[in-house]
Design a protein around this ligand. Structure first.
Ligand SMILES: [Zn+2]
Length: 412
């Protein structure tokens, strides 16, 4: 099998996809189901059709593009990632796995390889939590990790439900039908930028993921008492923002004191009401993200944060409510998928690093229903989710080549 990756075409397509954006270049903003995102999705579908793939969409907007194998009834071998992007992001997160996956399939088609199992590119819908507050909605539904009913009622910041938004985007099917039947995939593989600095530091262009860390997120509301910034004296105050400040530090402390480098916790959102210079903050909303490769250790950190918040509420006489948005288990990548990747690397003489994925991806959820693996390529300085995110063309092409060979091994 002679495989050639069309690096120029991949780069050109990456630039085109980046042009579907609601931010000034080089920044990319592509929130799911906005007019811009719908244009980008239509463009990706047209690229898949041009490659001779059979395209379908499910009710939440996951896009499946299939090259039928010699045994079309056999479970498919899947690859893919996402194209939605958080505000002010870069052009590589997710996109490398979608356009790279497409190019891997095209390269296999150009070669003399013919798969036994069908090969399928999967573009996951609404991976980023930006719009609906919870990430990986497409893969959560595909894997049955989230019920159709719970998903349909999720709402965006404008109060529009997911059902309303997806139907407006022409996705009228029933969310119950999104869950994949058992044994749908023989294996699944996601190519992605690392979003961390380890590959670059190791001067290695490929990372084979062994385990995906367990994410959890919480929304915390702190209710104090507002008032005039001049009129209310300090002993009488129940300042919600001062309570939030203590809580944020308690979160940092809980993660630091776990003693493990894999434990991380972040307060990424802090909304202050009423947000006026001469008004005491009466209410604060925080959003909290906690991750670890060890689920028990992550849960201990969450309990520690809970203890700190109860103590704080009593001491400062504010009320603190938390709402658990998600608390997922970690995942082990499948041995056979890792072997398909490492065999390709060894045969080609490419060095690789075995590593943990600290970011989570749709693969975390697909791993619940299929043997799953991930292949990482470096991104400059480990930067991701920012406009200067960058992956070198040679690294992308190498990743796509290894991906294509692994897909061939798994579908032969
Ligand atoms: Zn991503």
């Amino acid at each position: 099998m002679k495989l050639e990756i069309d690096q120029q075409r991949l780069l050109a397509e990456l630039e085109t996809l980046a042009s579907f954006s609601d931010a000034e270049p080089p920044a990319v903003t592509r929130i799911v189901f906005t007019a811009t995102d719908l244009k980008a999705r239509a463009w990706v579908i047209s690229r898949c059709e041009e490659a001779g793939l059979t395209v379908r969409q499910d009710a939440i907007g996951n896009i499946f593009a299939r090259w039928s194998g010699a045994d079309p009834a056999a479970p498919a071998v899947g690859t893919g990632s996402h194209i939605d992007a958080i505000p002010n992001a870069g052009k590589y997160d997710g996109v490398v796995g979608v356009l790279g996956g497409l190019e891997a399939i095209r390269a296999l088609k150009r070669s003399d390889f013919r798969p036994r199992n069908s090969l399928e590119l999967l573009v996951f819908a609404t991976e980023e939590p930006t719009r609906f507050g919870i990430g990986c909605l497409g893969s959560r539904l595909l894997s049955g990790t989230l019920s159709a009913d719970a998903a349909g009622h999720l709402a965006d910041r404008d109060g529009k439900s997911l059902d309303e938004v997806r139907k407006k985007a022409g996705l009228n099917g029933n969310l119950q039908g999104v869950k994949l039947p058992k044994g749908y995939y023989k294996a699944f593989l996601e190519l992605h930028i690392e979003q961390g600095p380890l590959l670059e530091r190791a001067q290695t262009s490929l990372g084979i993921v062994t385990r995906i860390a367990a994410p959890a997120s919480l929304r915390i509301s702190i209710e104090g008492a507002g008032g005039h910034a001049g009129g209310v004296l300090m002993p009488d105050r129940k300042d919600a923002l001062c309570a939030a400040a203590e809580l944020i530090l308690a979160v940092e402390n809980a993660a630091r004191s776990s003693g493990a480098p894999d434990t991380v916790a972040t307060v990424g959102v802090c909304e202050v009401f009423p947000g006026a210079v001469n008004s005491i903050p009466s209410r604060v909303h925080l959003t909290l993200d906690i991750r670890d490769t060890d689920q028990a250790r992550r849960n201990d950190v969450m309990q520690e944060i809970e203890r700190a918040s109860q103590d704080l509420a009593a001491r400062r006489q504010v009320s603190i409510q938390d709402e658990l948005l998600n608390a997922d288990a970690p995942a082990d990548c499948a041995a056979e998928v890792r072997a398909a990747l490492s065999d390709s690397c060894r045969q080609r003489g490419f060095s690789f690093l075995e590593m943990v994925s600290r970011a989570y991806h749709d693969s975390l959820f697909i791993s619940r229903i299929a043997p799953t693996g991930m292949l990482f390529i470096p991104c400059r300085n480990g930067y991701s989710h920012r406009p200067d995110e960058y992956a070198a063309p040679g690294d992308m092409a190498r990743g796509v080549l290894v991906l294509a060979e692994a897909l061939a091994r798994l579908s032969a």
